[in-house]
Design a protein around this ligand. Structure first.
Ligand code: ZN
Length: 180
């Protein structure tokens, strides 16, 4: 299937032709994404559908599905992030055109009628990575209840000179929370 996806193409031409590509690409071939992953094993399944939108003209629909190996920001353990992401991009030839688009439509800036098609897949995956990826609560080795304890207002403590062994722990928890 991948052999059907050209490396470079003029997206306006593909939109005129109503071209669509479907296939899978190894994650290891996506060189901007790869450094963000703990493992590049596996593939990303994609659909790229070029066409003409009645309102915006030439558009590309990008759909990508993949399992990305990331580091959980709560427990720092390995995790798999399931990504199933879809975007609609409007082909524009310059920043002025891009500014005229509504906020909920993403521009695809194309210069010299030449676009690296796999960059559409790669950008979609990179944008789908959460800023602070985390396990689901039941899968994480740091339990959510422990972390949330840092949010609860602490009862007033009179400084009577006794040691408060949990004070340092509470500080640590709130520090951890603040990193989110
Ligand atoms: Zn975790």
């Amino acid at each position: 299937m991948l052999s059907l996806l050209p490396d470079y193409a003029d997206p306006l031409r593909l939109c005129s032709l109503g071209k669509a590509y479907e296939g899978a690409i190894p994650l290891a071939d996506l060189h901007r994404l790869a450094p963000l992953l703990t493992s590049t094993e596996g593939e990303a399944a994609f659909v790229l559908a070029f066409g003409k939108d009645a309102e915006f003209g030439p558009t590309v629909r990008v759909r990508v599905r993949a399992s990305l190996a990331l580091v959980c920001q709560r427990c720092l353990g390995a995790m798999l992030q399931e990504v199933d992401s879809e975007s609609r991009l409007v082909v524009v030839s310059g920043p002025d055109e891009a500014e005229q688009l509504p906020d909920d439509v993403d521009p695809l800036l194309v210069e010299n009628a030449r676009l690296e098609l796999r960059s559409l897949i790669e950008d979609e995956l990179i944008l789908a990575i959460p800023p602070a990826p985390r396990h689901r609560p039941e899968d994480c080795s740091v339990k959510l209840g422990d972390v949330n304890a840092g949010h609860e207002p602490e009862p007033p403590v009179e400084d009577d000179g006794r040691r408060r062994p949990f004070a340092a722990l509470a500080d640590w928890k709130s520090d951890t929370e603040n990193q989110d």
